[in-house]
Design a protein around this ligand. Structure first.
Ligand code: UFG
Length: 315
């Protein structure tokens, strides 16, 4: 297939673009490099620099595209609370420009990066797809709104859309991995200690209602996530919008993640308890039963593999 990958210079977009190329697809990456890195774009992909508003219509106008994988977004929960208008503009506004360009050029298949943040504080864990969606941040609100637009575009214009609601993505694929600045995610932050960049990692809160008092999250290897995108491409049927959670179904606490990082790196990794980070729910674990039942996807790489691959990348 000929595929447009938006945000293909970012962490998840670059890994999935690399996996798509390895699977034999032709990939064009569109990214404005506001967060991503030009050298993260796989060499076999054609790279167009620009925003979706500026360039999506031109690129899709070349013709021959079978589908779009839409990763480009602002994705920091805390930043979205400080700058909500920016998030609505960059996430919803740019997405609308992309969808209109798709409509204009007859490209109707799309796989979209949604998020567990659409659910907010869960009533039920593991979280199923039909759980209430009550995002606690502008970031989650913008992603939920885009999911809503896709439902409408499937109904009104025959889009075949799949939204994948990621839980905590981690790991790397060879030279493709996580390079955020600033880095807020747990695993790359823990690995900055054995890398020598910082003397200790901060644990944001150890008094949550969890077995060891630290927050529990559902970590998924970025390559397992890439496999789900390949399956989702095949499931994007005209006139339907499917929504699937993507997690492993098992939760690990911050303390357990740090312990695995110690084992993998052989470094003592000092940890210091710090105040809770505002907005962190105690436990977020996905039910991934739906994508397992309907598309036959299942995660194959455990937390140790995520940490090992992230550590190789960090080194
Ligand atoms: N944490 C620390 N120390 C750190 C970094 C994180 O203790 O240095 C803790 C956090 O407080 C949290 C856990 O580690 O309890 C995981 O934090 P991350 O920032 O790695 O991930 P989040 O669960 O906050 O965020 C992820 C995605 C978001 C998404 C969110 C909700 O990165 O995009 O899940 O599903 F919105």
């Amino acid at each position: 297939m000929k595929l447009l990958v938006t945000g293909g210079a970012g962490y998840i977009g670059s890994v999935v673009a690399a996996l798509l190329i390895e699977a034999g697809h032709e990939v064009v990456v569109l990214d404005d490099l506001s967060v991503g890195h030009a050298d993260a774009v796989p060499q076999a992909a054609r790279f167009v620099q620009g925003t979706l508003r500026e360039k999506a219509a031109d690129v899709l106008g070349e013709g021959g595209f079978d589908a779009v994988l839409h990763f480009a977004a602002k994705s920091q929960v805390g930043e979205s609370v400080r700058l909500p208008a920016l998030y609505w503009d960059r996430n919803l506004g740019e997405s609308l420009a992309l969808f209109e360009a798709m409509r204009g050029h007859g490209v109707r298949k799309i796989v979209f990066s949604s998020t567990a943040a659409t659910y907010g504080e869960p009533e039920q864990v593991p979280i199923p797809e039909d759980a209430p969606t009550r995002p606690t941040s502008p970031y989650g609100q913008t992603k939920l709104a885009i999911d809503g637009v896709l439902t409408e575009f499937a109904r009104l214009y025959g889009f075949g859309a799949v939204s994948l609601r990621y839980f905590n993505v981690a790991g790397a694929h060879g030279r493709f991995g996580e390079r955020h600045d600033p880095e807020t995610h747990l695993i790359p932050n823990v690995l900055r200690v054995p890398s020598g960049a910082v003397p200790h990692v901060s644990v944001f809160g150890d008094d949550y209602a969890t077995p060891d008092g630290t927050c529990v999250r559902d970590y998924i290897h970025v390559v397992d996530l890439g496999d789900a995108h390949l399956l989702a491409l095949g499931a994007a049927e005209p006139g339907t919008h499917r929504i699937y959670n993507l997690g492993s179904g098992s939760g690990y606490s911050v303390q357990e993640v740090i312990d695995v990082c110690r084992e993998v790196t052989g470094h003592p990794i000092p940890a210091v308890v710090a105040p809770r980070r505002p907005g962190d729910p105690a436990v977020l674990v996905a039910s991934s039963a739906k994508i397992q039942d309907e598309l036959g996807w299942k995660p194959e790489r455990d937390l140790r593999a995520m940490v090992r691959d992230a550590w190789e990348f960090a080194k």
